[in-house]
Write a protein that binds this ligand. Structure first.
Ligand SMILES: Nc1ncnc2c1ncn2[C@@H]1O[C@H](COP(=O)(O)OP(=O)(O)OP(=O)(O)O)[C@@H](O)[C@H]1O
Ligand SMILES: [Mg+2]
Length: 442
């Protein structure tokens, strides 16, 4: 019988197996330490990344300007705190929504133009309105838009930085407003300066004209009386003359025609003298102002009487739409204010005499410390190039003998004397509108 082999113990390695196992364990050790190294590396990188992320976030939080990042099709990807505070949205509200929710639909068009291939330039300035979550407009923002590109240079969207300019705009508007008020004041000043110097000139001329015109006027009256007597006298003498002499004289001197013409010539002269005398009287009335009248004047009464006066003698009644507030009192002269309203109403009647709409609207109301009177018609209005002339003396478009062109000038002076203002504009819906502002009586 041969010797049998001892049974094989599975837990025992032979030499070659042991070496293999040692190698495996060593390999595992290496892999493990490599893994550990990588994990540490990864953790470090993660920490760095978080730090960078926090850094960027803190910068975005600190920005007072608004920041919006959107993708190529205009969907919001990122916004900063400043924008959220201003618009009342949360980040979740905005993520993925179109940029128009913040900048309005008009911006969509702009956006399309900014994204290639339409546009290649990377920076665009634009002004837009920022919308609040509740739909209201928050403010005007000046936007600076630049293309957002990937590391490979492909356009990925838009980075928009906006600065609020509402305050700036308001300041600009206020400046503009102040400038136009200044211009109006300057125009008023120039106008009153012009009126004052014209007034002095006209008053002086009126004063000088007053004497000659009164004796011219008086003389014409006497001449009319004398002419009648002379006519009878000459007629009688003519009858006494021999026929041949009379005929000769008649032919040479045209006595018959002369005698016929004389009355109408004198009538014409008298009419002319009367007109000049009227003008001079009007002007003198201004130069010798009735002192400062301090009566309590009920303006509505004045308006009603003036309308009655103006309507008298007009062929047909005019529809008048009167809206007069109660108890409106002015300190001044009822007579002189009557002159103002009468002229405004007469002018309006004249301006609409040929119009389809012959209506007149008169409104009088209190506005703060002042009383406002508006007289508006529906006539042709005033030519824009002539509108600044209407208060000048002798400016008239009426036929000779129908208007002296003094009505509005006198009105201007009277209103000035009452510490008020008179102005005119063409109403946007047609017709002329005169506005008189006077200080209300306390
Ligand atoms: N409501 C109006 N619509 C259109 N034009 C007007 C109106 N009111 C005045 N005007 C214009 O202003 C001019 C000056 O008016 P103003 O009252 O000073 O003089 P007038 O009416 O011509 O003559 P006066 O009043 O001396 O009899 C008028 O001739 C007319 O051309
Ligand atoms: Mg007039």
């Amino acid at each position: 019988m041969g010797q049998s082999q001892p049974p094989h113990n599975p837990l025992e390695f032979d030499d070659s197996q042991e070496t293999a196992w040692v190698e495996v364990i060593q390999k595992m050790d290496e892999v493990y330490s490599d893994l550990l190294e990588r994990e540490v590396d990864l953790e470090n990188k993660n920490a760095e990344l978080e730090e960078a992320h926090d850094f960027i976030d803190s910068i975005m939080e600190a920005m007072s300007d608004v920041l919006i990042v959107c993708d190529r099709v205009g969907r919001i990807v990122k916004v900063n705190r400043s924008l959220l505070d201003l618009t009342g949205y949360t980040e979740e509200d905005l993520f993925g929504r179109p940029i128009s929710v913040l900048l309005g639909t008009r911006f969509e068009d702009r956006f399309r133009k900014m994204i290639p291939p339409t546009n290649q330039s990377s920076l665009q300035d634009y002004e837009a309105q920022l919308h609040h979550k509740n739909g209201a407009i928050v403010d005007h923002v000046s936007l600076n838009c630049s293309l957002h590109k990937t590391s490979k240079g492909i356009v990925d969207g838009l980075v928009i930085v906006g600065r609020q300019i509402g305050e700036l705009r308001r300041a600009y508007d206020a400046l503009n407003q102040a400038h136009s008020e200044l211009k109006t004041t300057q125009t008023h000043l120039l106008q009153s300066e012009k009126m004052a110097s014209i007034g002095r000139l006209v008053a002086g001329v009126a004063h000088e004209l007053n004497n000659p015109i009164s004796f011219l006027y008086g003389n014409v009256h006497s001449m009319q009386r004398y002419a009648e007597k002379m006519r009878t006298y000459i007629q009688t003498l003519r009858e006494e003359l021999p026929q041949a002499v009379r005929q000769k004289l008649d032919e040479d001197l045209k006595i018959e025609r002369l005698l016929d013409d004389l009355p109408s010539l004198l009538d014409g002269t008298r009419e002319g003298a009367e007109r000049v005398s009227d003008i001079v009287n009007n002007l003198r009335r201004l130069s010798f102002r009735e002192g400062k009248n301090k009566d309590q004047v009920d303006l509505c009464d004045v308006i009603k009487t003036a309308v009655l006066f103006a309507s008298k003698g007009r062929a047909s009644a005019r529809p008048i739409d009167m809206d007069l507030a109660e108890n409106i009192y002015i300190e001044g002269s009822a007579n002189r204010l009557h002159q103002v309203v009468l002229n405004l109403v007469e002018n309006a009647f004249d301006a609409t005499s040929q119009s389809d709409n012959r209506q007149l609207s008169i409104r009088c109301f209190k506005n703060d410390q002042n009383v406002e009177l508006h007289v508006r018609d529906f006539g042709p209005g005033l030519k824009e190039e002539d509108i600044h002339k209407v208060f000048d003396p002798f400016y008239t478009t009426k036929p000779v003998g129908e208007g002296t062109g003094l009505g509005l000038w006198i009105s201007y002076e009277i209103v000035q004397d009452h510490n008020g203002q008179i102005s005119v504009r063409n109403h946007p819906e047609g017709g002329a509108e005169f506005k008189v502002t006077l200080p209300a009586m306390k």
